[in-house]
Design a protein around this ligand. Structure first.
Ligand SMILES: Nc1ncnc2c1ncn2[C@@H]1O[C@H](COP(=O)(O)OP(=O)(O)OP(=O)(O)O)[C@@H](O)[C@H]1O
Length: 322
């Protein structure tokens, strides 16, 4: 079930990606980067040039219903006139299963997703989280070779999303096909994915393991996503954690070159710390203790100095060959 894809959509997308069976590829990137275009092209909802070879078959040559692709979108797109059960059974019915066997399989998947007792309800009678469970059951019931998840947790209550993320993780661990997961959430990318592909302006800016991408982000967007500061110096990137930043009101007296002045733009709780957004020559984030935040009066508008020890900075190539 290996996927080797190179997809081109004029002016919008030029992306190549490959994945092995069982891989979960998280697709991250800013708004308009082309994530949905890529997923829609794989699903057959968007015309694209190139090829997407899955287990020896080029998906682009096939009609959407013949691609063996399961799709879950943020807005579920369940059929409003069908019950949850029949929504899930639909894909099997259209592949020729009998009504009884399609419904039995659908019920099994609704049970596995914890919504078996809601089988008779129409989508309008389901909460967002319940509807998303039905949508996931609908995508998995056909045992697709490729599972496309386009922001499946967006719009859900934080607690509901957290539970569903854990459950989906369990199902993905059993899934032998390839999964592509579009997400704006670093947690999804770090907990569910086996690799992370960073899209920027329709191209892959970085593709690596979640650990590598999180430790050495090559775009500002991903640095923000994983909560790191990244400063570009010619062809080198320098990354450091907000927790490693020292905040002071006076310019540091030591000779560190890693010091910047700026203005506090925002302050919000972050775990045990207060996370400050500071803008100056660079937009940086710094975590301080609540006590320090009070003592230094670190409120928006306050002029501050930030510094970081050289030993806390990771320096790496901005454009290594992929
Ligand atoms: N139907 C369309 N026709 C022409 N251009 C489009 C169409 N849909 C999207 N685009 C453009 O293609 C580019 C990629 O959009 P796409 O929706 O794939 O981005 P995305 O990464 O999914 O963004 P988001 O995170 O906002 O969903 C954008 O420049 C967008 O304006």
């Amino acid at each position: 079930m290996t996927l080797v894809a190179r997809l081109l959509v004029a002016g919008r997308l030029d992306v190549d990606i490959s994945a092995e069976p069982g891989d979960v590829v998280a697709l991250v990137g800013p708004n308009g980067a082309g994530k949905s275009t890529f997923v829609h092209a794989l699903a057959g909802l968007q015309r694209a040039e190139g090829s997407a070879v899955l287990d020896g078959r080029d998906l682009l040559a096939l009609a959407p219903q013949d691609r063996s692709v399961g799709v879950v979108f943020q807005d579920q797109r369940l059929f409003p006139h069908l019950s949850a059960l029949d929504n899930v059974a639909f894909g099997l019915r259209s592949r020729g299963s009998t009504k009884a066997s399609a419904r039995a399989a659908a019920r099994n998947w609704l049970d596995r997703l914890g919504v078996g007792e809601l089988a008779g309800r129409k989508p309008a009678q389901l909460s967002g989280g319940q509807a998303q469970r039905v949508a996931i059951a609908r995508a998995l019931v056909t045992e697709p070779d490729l599972l496309l998840l386009d922001e499946p947790f967006t719009g859900l209550d934080v607690g509901v999303a957290a539970t569903l993320r854990i459950e989906l993780g369990r199902h993905l661990a059993d899934f032998r096909g390839v999964t592509v997961l579009v997400t704006h959430d670093a947690l999804d990318a770090l907990t569910l994915a086996t690799s992370v592909a960073v899209l920027d302006a329709g191209r892959i800016a970085q593709h690596g393991t979640p650990t590598d991408v999180a430790a050495r982000p090559r775009t500002e967007h991903v640095a923000r996503l994983v909560g790191l500061n990244v400063i570009r110096e010619a062809d080198r990137l320098r990354a450091f954690s907000p927790a490693a930043v020292t905040v002071s009101l006076q310019a540091p007296t030591d000779s560190t070159r890693n010091r910047w002045s700026g203005v506090v733009r925002g302050a919000a709780p972050h775990g045990d710390a207060i996370r400050l957004q500071v803008s100056g020559d660079h937009d940086l984030i710094a975590d301080v203790t609540p006590a320090a935040s009070r003592e230094l009066a670190l409120v928006p508008g306050q002029q501050v100095w930030l510094s970081v020890k050289e030993t806390a900075v990771t320096t790496y190539d901005a454009h290594p060959s992929r």
